[in-house]
Design a protein around this ligand. Structure first.
Ligand SMILES: O=P(O)(O)OC[C@@H](O)[C@@H](O)c1c[nH]c2ccccc12
Length: 402
């Protein structure tokens, strides 16, 4: 065949990879379902290829792609479409009240213009808040990681991945054993709002102390740039023999990251409703199910909670007391989102709710428990203690280890 391999970062290759990726996943509902659920997103997934003769793009078994030499103008068409689609994605998100834009608003997507820093100097391309900055950076980071480890490669690694453990089961078990909300203890070195929390940071040692102190599950931050975490921490903790199921704490914007979390030892993964439109949440929770992972869907306000309640199959919802845009923390947020009819719906649906962030004292734990949570996610107050297992006992006002 008269075909050539495209340069690693060329737009046609990225689009072709997306195409082969979409094609390779089973849980996508049929076209008609996309139209019913959200017509715009059908376009988002399929339109870049409509004006092209599809056989021109051939995905290879290893996840790479080749494009026929005669189709060079199609490369340009794809470039333009990618840009349009990027814009469109933000419009869909905005209609759902999502303020976070997936990419800088002007010009073609980052893939074609070089490093993030370069774009930041352009007027109009400044992120509006820290969450948006993280997401824009993540977009670049993920596309680079995907080039190094294409989905096809990750899929092969799935065969030898360690078994998934039951995340929600562990939380429920701890809840009935201790009478307190099940603890997800976070292995967190630093955050953009608090800076470095612990200088002598040994993730495996901290994980073991958490387990000893009675944590039901652990959360491991994998973002490097903003939280000084890493996938190597997740992997090391998983391989250390710690039995608590592990949550991969990431800013997921691409389903590839879910596969990557799974092959690095995660049992659960965070999906942030402030970043992901409804269809992304639906699609990603399906991929989680396919891989056996638990999705922890995080919300911060009523609108996000209501969106999530419309999506079937969500079993674990986290209420973040911290606004990821402004860093403001208020534990009354958990109570507010669990009140009245909304709380009733959550109970009827059998959703397990996690109270997240800003929990420091036994009174804080009692407050969110009273509000209806069956689990809590805690980082700062316990990771800062010399012995994090003692930190857990102080947090609950009681030794919960046995
Ligand atoms: O350290 P805290 O205040 O106990 O918070 C832990 C956890 O809730 C927080 O790290 C968190 C909640 N949602 C997130 C999303 C991304 C990064 C971090 C988070």
């Amino acid at each position: 065949m008269n075909a050539m391999s495209l340069r690693a970062s060329s737009p046609a290759k990225i689009a072709a990879q997306r195409f082969s990726f979409q094609q390779s996943l089973n849980p996508i509902p049929p076209k008609s379902a996309f139209f019913r659920v959200m017509p715009q997103t059908h376009v988002l997934i399929h339109s870049p290829f409509k004006q092209l003769s599809l056989p021109a793009i051939k995905s290879q078994q290893d996840g790479s792609a080749t494009v026929s030499e005669t189709k060079t103008s199609e490369g340009d068409a794809l470039k333009v479409k990618e840009w349009e689609v990027g814009m469109f994605q933000d419009e869909v998100a905005a209609s759902q009240g999502i303020k976070i834009r997936r990419r800088p608003p002007t010009g073609p997507p980052l893939h074609y213009v070089g490093p993030f820093e370069f774009r930041l100097q352009n007027e109009g391309n400044t992120p509006r808040n820290i969450l948006e900055e993280i997401v824009w950076h993540k977009d670049v980071e993920v596309s680079q990681m995907k080039e190094k480890k294409p989905l096809g490669m990750l899929k092969k690694l799935l065969d030898n991945a360690l078994p998934v453990r039951d995340f929600i089961g562990a939380l429920k078990e701890a809840n009935s054993r201790t009478g307190f909300p099940g603890l997800i203890a976070e292995v967190k070195k630093a955050s953009p709002s608090r800076g470095v929390l612990r200088e002598d940071f040994d993730p495996v040692q901290i994980a073991k102390a958490y387990e000893k102190g009675g944590a039901a599950c652990l959360s491991v931050l994998t973002d490097e740039k903003y939280f000084q975490g890493g996938f190597e921490n997740l992997e090391a903790i998983r391989r250390s023999g710690v039995k608590c199921p592990l949550l991969c704490k990431e800013f997921v914007i691409d389903a590839w990251q879910i596969y990557y979390a799974r092959v690095n030892g995660a049992d659960a993964i965070l999906l942030i409703a402030a970043v992901l439109p409804d269809l992304d949440i639906k699609y990603m929770t399906k991929i989680c199910k396919l891989l056996g992972l638990t999705a922890l869907v995080e919300v911060h306000d009523e609108r996000e909670m209501d969106r999530v309640l419309e999506i079937d199959g969500i079993e674990l919802v986290g209420i973040n007391n911290r606004d990821l845009g402004t860093f403001k923390v208020d534990i009354a947020n958990t109570k507010k989102l669990l009140e009245g009819e909304r709380g009733e719906r959550i109970r009827q649906k059998g959703i397990t709710v996690v109270g997240e962030s800003g929990l420091f004292t036994p009174a804080d734990i009692a407050y969110v428990q009273e509000a209806g949570v069956k689990a809590v996610l805690v980082g700062e107050s316990i990771v800062k203690q010399n012995d994090p297992s003692v930190g857990i006992a102080q947090l609950f006002g009681k030794d919960i280890s046995s």
